[in-house]
Design a protein around this ligand. Sequence first.
Ligand SMILES: [Zn+2]
Ligand SMILES: [Zn+2]
Length: 422
Amino acid sequence: MPKSVFATANADHVIFAAEYEASCICKLQHDIAREATKRFAENDFENAWKALSDDRRQEIVLEGIYRTMCIPDMEERRKYCPDSSLENLTSRGGEEYLRMLKCLLPSNLDALPTVPLEIPHTFVDRIFTPTEEELQYPGCKTFFRSMKNSRTYALSTVIWNILLTFYGIEETQQPIRPDRGRFIHTEGLSKSATREIVREHNEQRKLIPNACSFCGLSEDRLPAGRKLQACSKCRQLNRRMFYCSKECQTKDWKLGSPRPHKLICGKPLTEDNMPKATPAGAAKTASGIPDPDPGFTRSPALLHQISLLSDNPRIDYVIVRPYPEPDQGICLADAMGSLMFKVVRNRALKSGDRQAVNAIYKMLIPSMDKTRLPRSMLCKQLELEFGHRVEEDPDAAGPSVDHSEAPFTKEELEQAMEDLDI
Ligand SMILES: [Zn+2]
Ligand SMILES: [Zn+2]
């Protein structure tokens, strides 16, 4: 590949554009994960999808592809997605689509990721992996990242639209601004054509109002008399960083996403200060629910449970019911019971531990009986969440669970106490 192709990709605004595109894809994937996990949990999407006739499944996939292709710029991006064909998406009695959809589910739903999840493809991945020699050129990483973004965006959108079609949901989707993240191939273009592209780019850029780089407040929505302040060091680089207040500037400096501003202020962007995926298990999430153990993949229904628990930290467990039935949040009556329950629950959420799942069942039975929900409903839900069938035990009376076989660790207890503010 000629060196000049990469050279344009190393420009400040191209790196920013690639980042912007990645953040749009992250938002889309977050929407997909939220909706999909809810459908898996409430409507048992997995079995409903597999139960379709081949003809019906083809119809839905075709409609999903069609809706996607109606979005401007999508045809170009779909070139990188040989696996978005009708044939592939309907293969293995629907299993292939489910597999691809599950690739887009993160291990935790409470934080917006900064790096998109990718769907592996042996052939495409080989093309998208730069050689040692190519890696020497500045701009190379951005160039490949941008191609991957195109693929991930198109593929995620197809998968999203198939899910929406299945549930009869309409969505009008805003395309990622087509002026962003596109490379200007200077080679083979006449000078006047290049000028024309740059002019068009600048015109489109003018349409986007300046906004605070931290909170996103745009110039036209500021209180009268106030103006956005540009970061003076970055202005010298012709980089558009603005702040609505001193407070936002300070926050962005230390806490900015996808990276703290202090890392790039006044310095040219390089591929090394691009955001990186946070390694799994690095941090516990805002809700205090631990990340899963490396060998444990959470089911979509379990991810949905976790997102419900994160949204409602006072609730111990949520009995999920299909719309329009309301979900039923369960709080164990006493603080000690709740503490014990949280330890067991978090252990199950972390590793899928069978004993812990059985214990969840036993500890929740009194609450199920009190709310007059059948115990079988809880059995079914736990099976969907953990893939483990608990014995429906008519005699199980209360929260007396034998912990002697797997005593609590100090760490587990500390975590639970922290959550309870003891
Ligand atoms: Zn602000
Ligand atoms: Zn700056």
